[in-house]
Design a protein around this ligand. Structure first.
Ligand SMILES: NC(=O)c1ccc[n+]([C@@H]2O[C@H](COP(=O)([O-])OP(=O)(O)OC[C@H]3O[C@@H](n4cnc5c(N)ncnc54)[C@H](OP(=O)(O)O)[C@@H]3O)[C@@H](O)[C@H]2O)c1
Length: 375
């Protein structure tokens, strides 16, 4: 059996036309990757901190397997399209009368009922809303699984918080893209992808790790690396990031800053540019150059103002709130609340859509992005 570096040498030799490193490199040729051996890890389970590089992985573990993608929403669509582009045999499972199922049909997928797709799948990817996993798993999935089929997830929630309890010995992996679904589809179509987090349940056979890595390669989740983790760590860190930074903390910060400027008599458009629009410029710098690289590239005034005022804003009280939010996620309190109250999301989002900030966005954005279709 050849080592990872020997495989890499063969692979690099045969694909000399592709620049292999970096986020913009081309996705490797599926035909060549399929011929590469199946064993990707040196040790089972791979120790924490293991990173699978894209050019160390291969598609071999998916050979001859049918992947049933259950749910064709944002993430299911990205997985189905990317798997097909990688040469994997994909079918889609959708409930009867499903809008998204019809979209999958229009894209040329073989769309079956959820039960039929599960019964035909060697890998069954649960691309359902997290709040629907328990009901669909119990109703249509568990009883239809082939004895040796592997279950797959894009987020750790269902397994970490007991929404899906796979039978003992059932192979079960997580390939969590570090990116939104549409972005994953667009990146893969352009020959690239996003980083991914990989995990398998304790009860899974060793080869589930190789299948997870092959799957991650096929959907474009190894660009920048596939980082070994657990279902629980992925779920907790993902939800903490969403709540405290990405979808909660940052948004409230923007809204509050915008409202304070407007209340103080500043023009709404000006406040929008300063408090919302320019966020992208800073996050792009952070994304590309890191926190120190970002500071090097902004004005001295901005750097001094940020370094001295930021810590005043995010004080011990705010840090205390962050810790409590983390505890709520870890203890399952957030999971219980979400499962009970997820239907409130639409109402809460509706209130936000009426806010002065959202209204100003609807005035400013068509000027900045005239070609973007309105929602
Ligand atoms: N969205 C993202 O960018 C993202 C990022 C990371 C991880 N994830 C994870 O990916 C998974 C899927 O999330 P998503 O955002 O793609 O969900 P989504 O866009 O809401 O799509 C859900 C899909 O499930 C179907 N569905 C809903 N209820 C169903 C039921 N009772 N029976 C059968 N099918 C049902 C929907 O079909 P209909 O058309 O019939 O309603 C739709 O095709 C979740 O675990 C999520 O945490 C998502």
């Amino acid at each position: 059996m050849s080592s990872i570096s020997e495989k890499k040498a063969v692979f690099l030799g045969r694909l000399a036309i592709y620049p292999i490193s970096g986020f913009l490199s081309r996705n490797p040729d599926p035909a060549i990757l399929r011929s590469m051996e199946k064993k990707i890890f040196k040790q089972y389970p791979p120790p924490a901190g293991t990173v699978v590089e894209r050019d160390d992985a291969a598609l071999g573990s998916l050979d001859g397997k049918v992947v049933a993608v259950i749910g064709y929403g944002t993430m299911g669509r990205a997985h189905a399209l990317n798997l097909r582009r990688s040469g994997v045999d994909v079918i889609v499972g959708a409930r009867s009368g499903s809008d998204s199922g019809n979209k999958a049909r229009l894209k040329g997928f073989n769309v079956l009922s959820v039960g039929e797709a599960v019964a035909a799948g060697d890998v069954v990817m649960l691309m359902l809303p997290d709040e629907a996993m328990a009901q669909v798993y119990t109703g249509d999935i568990a009883a239809n699984l082939k004895p040796k089929a592997t279950l797959g997830f894009a987020h750790g929630f269902a397994v970490a918080f007991d929404q899906v309890k796979p039978d003992p010995g059932r192979p079960c992996f997580l390939v969590a893209p570090k990116g939104q679904g549409d972005m994953l589809a667009v990146a893969h179509a352009a020959g690239s992808g996003v980083p991914g987090l990989l995990a398998v349940t304790k009860d899974s056979p060793d080869e589930t790790w190789d299948l997870a890595a092959s799957y991650a390669l096929a959907v474009g989740c190894l660009v920048g690396g596939g980082f070994v983790t657990t279902f629980r760590a992925e779920c907790v860190s993902d939800q903490f990031g969403e709540q405290v930074v990405l979808c909660g903390g940052v948004i409230e910060l923007l809204k509050s800053a915008f409202e304070i400027m407007v209340e103080a008599g500043y023009d709404e458009t000006n406040a929008y540019f300063e408090c919302v629009h320019e966020l992208k410029l800073i996050t792009d710098l952070l994304h590309r150059h890191g926190i120190d690289g970002m500071r090097d590239r902004i004005s001295g005034t901005a750097a001094y103002g940020g370094l001295t005022r930021g810590p005043r804003l995010i004080d011990d009280r705010v840090r205390g709130n962050m810790k409590r939010i983390l505890e709520e996620i870890e203890s399952g309190k957030f999971a219980d609340e979400f499962l009970l109250h997820h239907r409130d999301t639409e109402k809460l989002a509706g209130t936000e859509a009426d806010s002065p900030l959202a209204r100003t966005g609807r005035i400013v954005l068509p000027r900045l992005h005239p070609d973007e279709p309105t929602d």
